[in-house]
Design a binder for this molecule. Structure first.
Ligand code: AMP
Length: 291
């Protein structure tokens, strides 16, 4: 394969087009790795595509800003869209196919079926965004049925999202392995996110405090503190040094069941945070004594 061949990304906009291209790939016995995204791509997305290209024969990415996962007062209409730069990033990261459906292709008139889940989607981001994970699960199941990948790759930045997708795939016997990949960060520790573009210079300067807050809880845990409330206080005191932040949640939970942790906190517990900074709502997380 020449470099020029490798850089070609085949863009499919209709389902028959996508299916016939991927049928051809499968006919050659090639395994398929899939990275769903909402576009406005950055190095975090690129890392998932690189991982897909390394672990499977054909890396497929999708770009679809899914209206179903945005609440009525959220940023659907102003969500950043950078299709040309996205295509370049995908080519450089090793994607061979891009699936870019329109909303009407994904949800034709009359669509009325959705995926539900109890428990896991009601806490953390699900509490402040009550319709969010239903929308995520519905679109991800549709994307998995459309692409039929061997492996699908998700980022751990969206910890709860990766967990609920894993749960759905297990519960519904979807024949795809789910791989969760590490968080890619800016040099100052801020987790990369398409929504970081919303930040003003002043907000961007305070943004690393989100990660610093998690690390404050981590340091206290490593120094022997085991009371969840005390660990949360360490983190919220640190975040208070960046006064532009408004906390949505900051909690310590079981990393699998997402149950709120009673005393004592344990190695591997999830510390998850979401906070508003200007027009952006940012999330981050770490696992105690593991990250
Ligand atoms: P999004 O376009 O925000 O829906 O994200 C698409 C995928 O990229 C999801 O699996 C995210 O978890 C993942 N992702 C987003 N930001 C990062 C990051 N900084 N590091 C690793 N993965 C990420």
């Amino acid at each position: 394969m020449t470099t020029a061949d490798r850089r070609t990304v085949y863009v499919s906009r209709t389902l028959p087009e996508l299916r016939s291209r991927l049928r051809a790939e499968r006919a050659f016995g090639r395994s398929i790795g899939f990275v769903p995204t909402m576009g406005a791509l950055h190095a975090g997305h690129a890392s998932l595509v690189q991982r897909a290209a390394a672990a499977t024969d054909v890396a497929v990415a999708s770009i679809f800003v899914n209206p179903l996962q945005f609440g009525p007062t959220e940023d659907l209409s102003r969500y950043p869209r950078t299709p040309e730069a996205d295509l370049e990033l995908l080519a450089a990261a090793g994607a061979k196919h891009l699936w870019m459906p329109e909303v009407a292709t994904m949800y034709p008139p009359g669509s009325c079926t959705s995926v539900g889940m109890k428990g896991l989607i009601d806490v953390l981001c699900g509490r402040s965004r009550p319709t969010h994970f239903g929308g995520v699960l519905t679109v991800v199941l549709k994307l998995l049925l459309q692409v039929q990948p061997d492996i699908a790759f998700f980022g751990r930045k969206d910890y709860q999202q990766a967990l609920v997708i894993r749960r759905m795939v297990r519960d519904l016997d979807v024949p795809t392995c789910i791989e969760t990949c590490l968080i890619v960060r800016e040099t100052d520790g801020l987790a990369m996110s398409s929504r970081n573009r919303y930040l003003t210079a002043e907000e961007r300067a305070q943004a690393p405090a989100l990660r610093a807050a998690l690390l404050a809880a981590q340091s206290a845990f490593l120094a022997g503190e085991r009371r969840p409330a005390a660990l949360v206080r360490e983190a919220s005191d640190r975040l208070a040094l960046a006064p532009l932040f408004r906390i949505d949640y900051l909690e310590i939970r079981d990393p699998e069941t997402l149950e709120l942790r009673d005393e004592p906190a344990r190695p591997g517990d999830l510390v998850a945070i979401a906070a508003h900074l200007g027009k952006a709502r940012l999330i981050d997380n770490l696992l105690l004594a593991q990250d």
